[in-house]
Design a protein around this ligand. Sequence first.
Ligand SMILES: Nc1ncnc2c1ncn2[C@@H]1O[C@H](COP(=O)(O)OP(=O)(O)OP(=O)(O)O)[C@@H](O)[C@H]1O
Ligand SMILES: [Mg+2]
Length: 325
Amino acid sequence: MLRIENVSVSFGGKAALDRLALEIAAGEVVSVLGPSGSGKSTLLRVVAGLQPPDSGRVLLDGEDLVSVPAHRRGIGLVFQDHALFHHRDVWGNVGFGLRMRGDSRQEIERRARYCLDLVGLAGYERRSILTLSGGEQQRVALARALAPEPRVLLLDEPLGSLDRRLRDRLLEDLAKIFDELRVTALHVTHDRAEAFALGDRVAVMRAGRIVQVGTPDELWARPADEDTARFLGLNVRDGTAVRPEAITVRPVAPDQGGDGVVRRAVRQGPTVKLEIELNSGETLEAVVAALAHPAPGDRVQIEVDEHGVSELSVEGPKALHGFDR
Ligand SMILES: Nc1ncnc2c1ncn2[C@@H]1O[C@H](COP(=O)(O)OP(=O)(O)OP(=O)(O)O)[C@@H](O)[C@H]1O
Ligand SMILES: [Mg+2]
């Protein structure tokens, strides 16, 4: 188990991490989801041993890591920019950690082959890194990180530089690999879809703190506060979060009034996102599945399913649990 205890880090008097606390169980993948500048990379650097905390501790299976140097922590790293060795081929990269710790030739062979297979790159052993696509490079980075069987895997926006289709495929592959290996992993991203796809639990981060932790379904059903609700893509209305899929939208004749007008309709695969301007001037987002959906300019009537509404805490990030309806 990885336990991050009240870790603080400041740069020039400004807090990047502010008494941050988080626990990751053995075999669990936790995704930290936060906006740019919220301290995600700093958090991973502290866990990896690349950034000493001003205060607080990081414990791995009960052992305080603070005095353990980075290369002895048993931590695997995958970063957005790969950081692969460009002068070595795929095999040289994947076997690197194993050679560094003096594994036998046979063991390196076995382990490197297993990991290349795992990421779908069997047969790529002798390819130069420079000839690989971005997605392939990211798979090599993953194989290299997994090869020494790290106790914890850290991933910093691992799919950030890839195009959407490739991201979606790699996301699925990553989730399968994590399942199969029962990896303990801490993954950070600013992308909701990525966090929801990879994390057994998702920790929402803001301004150097974790403000809410839960499964993707828990967060979606009950975001703790307004900022979190908005960041996740929920509507905020009168101190409540309203889920876009809980809103039924019916077209009405132009002379019948209705509750508002559709401003935008964007297909997102199987569903369509509607941006509705209510008569009050408020904007509401609804998600509908019908092929015959209202179009921009249509006047509509809306109905909100009460099960799709949850109270928000007005006290902000500190009140994590006191919002039962
Ligand atoms: N070495 C450093 N020196 C000074 N300030 C730093 C340093 N590293 C990070 N910071 C500051 O700490 C804050 C958090 O940075 P961090 O890189 O952890 O954010 P992030 O959540 O990873 O953002 P992004 O999503 O853009 O990668 C930022 O305000 C950043 O400018
Ligand atoms: Mg970052």
